[in-house]
Design a binder for this molecule. Structure first.
Ligand code: PEP
Ligand code: CO
Length: 467
């Protein structure tokens, strides 16, 4: 293989990169970014590698989740606390029900760039450059907002650092302490509430018992591990956050603990794979129906030549209707290579469907987002993406079963969710229908499970973990 350096990706074809109209403006932003302090430190990255190695061998379970796309305007204490809370609640349910410690990774503090299937999209009858995430351009439906703006690279860095700062303060300040019931309150009164209350009571009792025996330190319970991740999509940004760490004699991306590449950017000879292969961070690769056994084997050889546990997480995302056919050949191919990968299931991205919802004029004016206005009068019909709770659950169930049938195990899940009471995915115990979607459809990109649906899903996953 050719020698690697943080900019060697530039010699390879790069998918999904925006066209910046002023190279000097881009270079000025990148130069500033290169001088700014890292967001995470190598020791944390190494610690995560160790935890993921445990998950790969079945001793832990990975919960990775958060927004499809974070937006700068949602960098608020409520939204950040909401996401942390729902991930913590889910992790308690998973650890308790699934009998394994849980590694928590947020799609947070940097999940600002989105791959798009087309370079332009039609919004309110106008053709505009596609929205590529706040790291690149604005969601607002105007030519000016949709321009690829290099100033956003710095804005993204500062929003990521504000988010991470708040997460770190919450984690250090006892946000996760189970003895503070107010921090564990629920998104709403729903079907999983009694089970959740029972779980919390049981967990608290066990902890009190251990504490009484002197078996655990109170501080150890109050502190939590929480890691950050995002899709490594906009390569100039990722390159600028790549730093040489002398003590480890290695390059790390210090903009997040772990990065993944998406279904659209995992070409073997593409720039994204080239970039990822040279950094020490644990890596994720999304694997969808178009992946062949040969492609996957070649990718593993390139991204994990030393077969290191914790290095690679394969995040499958086939859809409930396709996983039965698609997963087994890939599973066998990976087993044949002997790579100790961690298998995770993303039951979201293969289960999207488009539906028509009635939007009020205010919602229409917001572009392709729909915000909660319950007025029925003068609605226009608009197409939005949704996912059904039942389909998400079905893909997860099948994933657990297929892994078991092949003497493999599913070691994690990757979920798009939010703590806010949005109405973006149908189904669940609140039984959201397509007609309910317009009430609070707020995502800047894909539909997310709301807090209630997420918690309910966690109970069901915990059951599947027990087999
Ligand atoms: C995503 O995770 O938001 C995403 C775009 O996924 P994928 O690459 O699997 O389509
Ligand atoms: Co998404």
């Amino acid at each position: 293989m050719t020698p690697w350096n943080p900019h060697s990706w530039q010699r390879f074809p790069a998918q999904q990169q925006p066209a910046y109209d002023d190279p000097s403006e881009l270079e000025a932003a990148l130069a500033r970014l290169r001088r700014l302090p890292p967001l995470v430190v190598p020791e944390e990255v190494e610690r995560l590698r160790g935890l993921l190695a445990d998950a790969a061998s079945g001793r832990r379970f990975l919960l990775q989740g958060g927004d499809c796309a974070e937006q700068f305007k949602d960098c608020t204490p409520e939204a950040i606390e909401g996401k942390l809370r729902v991930l913590l609640q889910m992790s308690v349910v998973l650890a308790h029900g699934g009998r394994r410690p849980v590694v928590r990774i947020g799609r947070i503090a940097g999940q600002f760039a989105k791959p798009r299937s087309k370079p332009t999209e039609t919004v309110q009858g106008r053709e505009l450059p596609s929205y590529r995430g706040d790291l690149v351009n604005g969601l607002e439906a105007s030519e000016a907002a949709r321009r690829a703006d290099p100033g956003r690279l710095l804005e993204a860095y500062f929003h990521a650092s504000a988010t991470l700062n708040h997460l770190r303060a919450l984690a250090a300040g006892g946000f996760a302490d189970l003895h503070h019931p107010e921090r564990w309150e629920l998104p709403g009164e729903t079907g999983s509430v009694p089970a959740y209350r029972r779980t919390l009571d049981q967990v608290r009792e066990s902890l009190d018992f251990l504490e009484a025996l002197g078996g655990v330190q109170r501080e150890a319970l109050e502190r939590i591990d929480f890691f950050t991740s995002h899709e490594a999509l906009l390569l100039p940004y990722e390159e600028a956050l790549t730093r040489w760490v002398g003590g480890a004699s290695a390059y790390y991306n210090l903009g997040a603990h772990t990065l993944w590449i998406g279904e659209r950017t995992r070409q073997l000879d593409g720039a994204h794979v080239e970039y990822l292969r040279g950094i020490r961070n644990p890596l994720g690769v999304k694997v969808g129906p178009s992946a062949t056994p040969e492609h996957l084997a070649d990718l593993l050889a390139k991204l994990d030549p030393d077969r290191e546990p914790g290095r690679l997480t394969l995040i499958t995302r086939f859809g409930a209707a396709k996983i039965q056919e698609a997963l087994p050949p890939l599973l066998k191919a990976v087993q044949a290579t002997g790579h100790p990968v961690l298998w995770s299931c993303d039951p979201m991205h293969g289960n999207g469907v488009s539906v028509q919802v009635g939007l009020s004029p205010e919602q229409e004016a917001e572009g392709h987002r729909a915000k909660g206005v319950a007025q029925r009068a003068s609605r226009t019909m608009r197409e939005v993406k949704t996912r059904d709770f039942g389909a998400i659950l079905s893909e997860l169930r099948q994933a657990f079963e297929i892994h078991r049938a092949h003497r493999s195990h599913l070691g994690g899940v990757h979920i798009e969710l939010t703590g806010e009471p949005v109405t973006e995915c149908t189904g669940g115990s609140e039984n959201l229908s397509e007609a309910d979607l317009a009430k609070a459809y707020e995502t800047g990109c894909d539909p997310r499970l709301n807090g209630t649906q997420s918690l309910e899903m966690a109970f069901l996953i915990a059951e599947m973990m027990r087999g």
